[in-house]
Design a binder for this molecule. Structure first.
Ligand SMILES: *[C@@H]1O[C@H](CO)[C@@H](O)[C@H](O)[C@H]1NC(C)=O
Ligand SMILES: *[C@@H]1O[C@H](CO)[C@@H](O)[C@H](O)[C@H]1NC(C)=O
Ligand SMILES: *[C@@H]1O[C@H](CO)[C@@H](O)[C@H](O)[C@H]1NC(C)=O
Length: 402
């Protein structure tokens, strides 16, 4: 007879193993998998009032809320945020709007705030694609918008548009890969009034507000948002044949969800899911094949880079102390760039050494139409990186380029 403590250990271990196996099996079910990866049901909008923007650090009527129609009868909830200097200049008119509030984009476009964006050809707008869980007003997100807005000048005003994907915050529906890409396209179509399949639902013929040029729009994605912003850029330019955007910035990116799970197990970082199965590659593959939403960023970047003449100004940035998505994941996107351009164009890189492991690599195509930059910074973790001065410096560089 084994001593009692041995039995206890055995049953504890067996119990842990059974829970692990059951959890992994459960996660192969699409609904549960999407709940775990998008985490959209962690939704503080159930108890927070997203219309009360003062609690998120903005001033009265600085934020014009609006809705955008997407595919599958989804209604997205979005914010247009004015830079503080424009708010100050137009404060009277902003706070005296009689019917201020949440409106469909076409009606909101007639409001004071959005007109300051749509009627100003020098204006730029950063569209924010947030990471998984919660909503546009959660945790570091408002601070990110404020950081982006702080690059605004009188000559070149910078506005922010933030939106929740389907199933997040006050947006209806439930997320899946094509759905959230459609959501990105829907927001771009609303802003640009573009003649694609979605514009019809977002545009009523009686209203004739101005629209933006894609070259006025900068996409910034963080974490999950790096995939959605890249896929939106890809679909917009390649499938819908629309003009390219001004730039794309990816913060804490990864090459694909399948690779993310892979590298966690192979390279020995915190093993969230598949590493206990390293001895069973057959089982690992079986699970990988059951990843429904692949979130493949790298192959989209590669495809965009191999298209001649299409403008692409891409910045990929990752913090060395990111413990949620290790920086080598973002670096895989840079490696995809190197592979795609196959020695063409011009590469530059700053000195990389052991004691100051912070560096930048960049690449410009021979015709100067495409440029990519990789920044590895020492601090910023996963969530503070978007609020960093590093991001601001990169944004200034982009705003300066014509
Ligand atoms: C949410 O906030 C807005 C703006 O402050 C306010 O008008 C509205 O009544 C609030 N809604 C609820 C349900 O408290
Ligand atoms: C579309 O969604 C709205 C509310 O979000 C709902 O009232 C309506 O029934 C839906 N229509 C269809 C065709 O599903
Ligand atoms: C990459 O470049 C090399 C040398 O210029 C060339 O031989 C090769 O075919 C290229 N590969 C691809 C996939 O374009």
């Amino acid at each position: 007879m084994a001593p009692t403590w041995v039995k206890q250990c055995f049953w504890t271990l067996a119990g842990t193993g059974a829970v692990y196996v059951l959890s992994v099996l459960a996660l192969t079910i699409p609904v549960l998998q999407r709940n775990a990866t998008y985490a959209h049901n962690i939704n503080p909008a159930y108890w927070q009032n997203l219309s009360n923007v003062e609690q998120f650090g903005f001033v009265h009527h600085q934020v014009q809320p609006f809705t955008v129609r997407s595919t599958n009868n989804v209604t997205l909830h979005a914010w247009h945020i004015l830079p503080a200097h424009l708010y100050r200049e137009h404060k009277e008119k902003l706070i005296n709007q009689p019917d201020f509030g949440l409106k469909p984009f076409d009606e909101a476009a007639e409001a004071v705030g959005l007109r300051l964006l749509l009627d100003e050809p020098n204006a730029k707008v950063v569209v924010s694609f947030h990471g998984n869980a919660a909503h546009i007003g959660s945790s570091h997100r408002p601070a990110t918008y404020q950081q982006l807005l702080s690059t605004s000048t009188v000559e070149q005003p910078v506005h922010v548009v933030a939106f929740d994907y389907r199933g997040f915050g006050m947006s209806t529906g439930t997320p899946n890969e094509q759905g959230v890409i459609d959501d990105g396209i829907a927001v771009m179509s609303a802003l640009c009034g573009s003649p694609d399949r979605l514009a019809a639902t977002n545009r009523s013929p009686s209203l004739s507000h101005s629209s933006l040029q894609p070259s006025q729009i900068i996409l910034v994605g963080q974490s999950l948002g790096t995939f959605i912003s890249t896929a939106t850029y890809h679909e917009w330019t390649i499938r819908l044949q629309q003009a390219p955007f001004k730039a794309l910035i990816l913060l804490a990116s990864f090459s694909s969800l399948t690779k993310l799970l892979d590298s966690y197990s192979i390279k020995g970082f915190t093993p969230p899911l598949l590493s206990p199965l390293t001895q069973y590659p057959y089982v690992q593959n079986w699970i990988r094949q059951r990843i429904h939403d692949k979130w493949d960023t790298a192959s989209r970047i590669k495809e965009m880079l191999t298209l001649p003449n299409m403008k692409l100004d891409l910045s990929i940035m990752h913090a060395k102390d990111d413990w949620e998505i290790p920086y080598h994941e973002g670096y895989m996107n840079w490696l995809a760039v190197e592979e795609a351009v196959n020695g063409t164009g011009t590469f530059t890189s700053t000195h990389e050494d052991l004691f100051y492991p912070e560096f930048t690599k960049s690449w410009v195509s021979d015709d100067g139409v495409k440029m990519v930059r990789w920044d590895k910074v020492r601090h910023g973790g996963h969530n503070r990186l978007p609020t960093s001065e590093h991001l601001k410096v990169i944004l200034y560089d982009i705003l300066e380029r014509q």
